[in-house]
Design a binder for this molecule. Structure first.
Ligand SMILES: *Cc1c(COP(=O)(O)O)cnc(C)c1O
Length: 381
């Protein structure tokens, strides 16, 4: 598949030539662990054992690389498995990482409770301010980690500006692109060194598979990551890879609808008397709306907002929603609602990443927007 094709075309075809044996238009689920060798070392297509490589996973990995405009994609058992592989590839004891002050709770927990035990230092910066990131750089800083839009406060980081700050200090820039997806934002083209995904979310898109990915255009780093992926072993299985590929085929049309529906709901929230603050990068009043507009094609399906009356009032709104399902995760076709302080971000309590207690987060699905608006109105009472 030529890199010149448009995103929508690559999403459906990249890495997925019809099966040479049967002509099957979708890559089969190669549910297999090992491969017959034609004489010792005589591998067919380079396949010897499915931790090292599996044809269904290869199809997904080539697709991911094409969609992010990278040289190489790697697929993992979860987003956190991808992050773990990346951190253990980039860092050694004594190294330092700058992490953002708003990030997925599990990412924060990985730094605070796991990586720190291996002698890796980290410090927190407001990544929406490149000068604040620069102020946290140390001689031993090896990576700057950014999430944009961020989870759960929909903060925006200027990827090109922070890439420059990181590179001046000899550090790599890592961008978690889970909220935007490569359809809305392509961090490698803006100077990032590695893109991280929880493919569980928009890439899979149907709340039926857990997975993660790394994509890079740095060939030397790609080789090191691939070595660690195999050496550590948290790979995506064949069926999970197939489900993710199937989800990705409709990524572009889904993201268009997620973005359109979320824009309407953000509008409703802004004018609602019980809502004290709305976080959505598509709103002109968002602090970094201009930066978001510069680096994103549209603003995605995630919104968070604060409710008058504090934590109990926010929890009540979550409990009253009917069509918005109360649950963790995001990025599926169905709408979800949650209370980050007690659910997805409970691990950030008491840290610099703690989230407001009166915050509600929405993952706006692709149902009828009128039905969604009616549900939010009744949940707010
Ligand atoms: C969910 C999520 C992760 C972790 O991915 P898993 O697939 O749950 O392991 C990482 N980053 C972001 C932004 C997420 O939303």
């Amino acid at each position: 598949m030529s890199d010149q094709h448009a995103f929508e075309t690559l999403a459906i075809h990249a890495g997925q030539e019809p099966d040479p044996l049967t002509g099957a238009v979708v890559p089969p689920i190669y549910q297999v662990s090992t491969y017959k060798q034609d004489g010792v070392g005589g591998l067919r297509g380079g396949y010897e054992y499915s931790r090292s490589a599996n044809p269904t996973r290869t199809a997904l990995e080539e697709n991911l690389a094409a969609l992010e405009g990278g040289a190489r994609g790697l697929a993992f058992a979860s987003g956190l498995a991808a992050e773990d592989c990346l951190l253990r590839t980039l860092l050694a004891p004594g190294d330092h990482v700058v992490i953002p002050n708003d990030a997925y709770g599990g990412t924060f927990r990985l730094f605070a409770k796991v990586v720190s035990r291996w002698g890796v230092e980290w410090s927190v910066a407001d990544s929406s301010d490149p000068a604040a990131v620069r102020a946290e750089l140390r001689p031993n800083t090896k990576a700057v980690w950014v999430e944009t839009p961020s989870n759960p406060l929909l903060g925006i980081t200027d990827i090109a500006a922070v890439a420059q700050v990181a590179h001046e200090a000899g550090a790599k820039l890592v961008v978690d692109n889970t909220f935007a997806s490569p359809y809305l934002q392509q961090p490698l083209s803006l100077g990032a060194d590695v893109v991280v995904h929880s493919t569980t979310k928009y890439m899979g898109g149907h709340s039926d598979v857990v997975g993660g990915a790394l994509v890079t255009s740095d060939a030397a780093l790609a080789d090191e990551l691939a070595f660690h992926q195999n050496a550590m072993g948290a790979v995506a299985g064949p069926f999970d890879s197939w489900l993710t590929l199937r989800g990705i085929k409709t990524l572009a049309v889904r993201m268009d609808r997620h973005s359109a529906n979320a824009a309407r709901i953000a509008e409703l929230l802004v004018s609602h008397p019980r809502v004290t603050e709305v976080f959505y990068p598509g709103l002109p009043e968002h602090r970094l709306h201009e930066v978001a507009a510069k680096q994103m094609k549209a603003f995605g399906g995630m919104i968070s907002f604060r409710v008058e009356g504090g934590e109990e009032a926010a929890v009540e709104v979550c409990n009253r929603a009917r069509l918005f399902t109360l649950g963790e995760s995001l990025g599926g076709v169905e709408s979800l609602i949650e209370h980050p302080g007690r659910m997805t971000h409970a691990s950030t309590a008491g840290s610099q990443l703690e989230v407001p207690a009166d915050l509600v987060r929405l993952s706006v699905g692709i149902e009828s927007v009128d039905d969604l608006l009616a549900d939010i109105k009744q949940a707010l009472g």
